[in-house]
Design a protein around this ligand. Structure first.
Ligand SMILES: Nc1ncnc2c1ncn2[C@@H]1O[C@H](COP(=O)(O)OP(=O)(O)OP(=O)(O)O)[C@@H](O)[C@H]1O
Ligand SMILES: [Mg+2]
Length: 233
């Protein structure tokens, strides 16, 4: 297993948010964490990154215990996080935004600016434009591209399709397929069920801070009961 989240309990102050959440992601998989608004998707990702460390339970990455390790160190160890609010630097150019993300690694996946431009030709065209002048979809691509510049072994994408036009969501999906082919492991959080089922290998459903379901996409697609109860489809 590349990532093992083992029974974590996470709090914001006194509010208990995650209850014994366990998630496993194998190398090369695309795994989706599905759940409604406020279910605990972002908190799970923040717990993995050490932004909101769990009070109990463990986060094991590539055999190392990273529970409570500082976020910048978790990033250095090889987990890239693309938060739901696309935090680009609006006053820097697209190229400068990408350079900020650069991290030299000895790992398997090493990204260069040329490879990024191959994958995102649009970002090459926009290289000298201010980040703040990009459209929402372009900013999402820039945030993902910048995280890839850190050559993560695992990338966490928090609701990447949110607020994007259908044609951009389609491009994003194709991009996730491509990441998988390139050997990057992906943990995705989504409310967009159709999109998730199309681009993932396995799914977890989180509801009220509890994992209520886990299975392959094939199994989930057949489970009308679970889909109706938790996914409103
Ligand atoms: N900083 C915070 N302080 C207190 N409670 C919080 C904080 N952030 C989130 N919560 C609460 O934690 C719960 C889980 O929130 P979380 O953001 O993880 O959900 P989510 O599944 O990512 O939802 P969304 O789809 O809206 O992004 C919610 O009840 C939310 O109100
Ligand atoms: Mg969220």
């Amino acid at each position: 297993m590349l990532l093992e989240v083992q029974g974590i309990n996470t709090y914001y102050g006194l509010s208990h948010i995650l209850f014994d959440v366990s998630i496993q992601v194998d190398r090369g998989e695309v795994v989706v964490l599905l759940g409604r608004n406020g279910a605990g998707k972002t908190t799970t990702m923040r717990s993995i990154m050490g932004l909101t460390p769990p009070k109990t339970g463990k986060v094991i990455f590539d055999g190392k215990d990273v529970t409570g390790v500082a976020p910048y160190k978790v990033a250095r160890i090889g987990i890239g996080f693309v938060p739901e609010d696309r935090r680009i630097f609006p006053d820097l150019t697209v190229r400068a935004n990408l350079d900020v993300g650069l991290r030299k690694t000895k790992g398997k996946t090493s990204w260069t600016i040329d490879r990024i431009y191959q994958l995102f030709p649009r970002l090459k065209e926009l290289a000298n434009r201010r980040g703040g002048n990009l459209s929402g979809g372009e900013q999402q691509m820039l945030t993902i591209a910048r995280t890839l510049m850190g050559s993560p072994d695992l990338i966490l994408l928090d609701e990447p399709s949110e607020g994007l036009a259908p044609i951009i969501v389609k491009a994003l999906g194709e991009f996730i397929d491509l990441l998988k082919r390139e050997g990057t492991t992906v943990l995705l959080s989504e409310q967009n069920v159709k999109f998730s089922l199309k681009h993932s290998d396995r799914a977890y459903i989180v509801d009220n801070g509890h994992i209520k379901y886990q299975g392959t996409i094939e199994e989930l697609e057949k489970d009308e009961d679970v889909k109706k109860r938790y996914l409103a489809v």
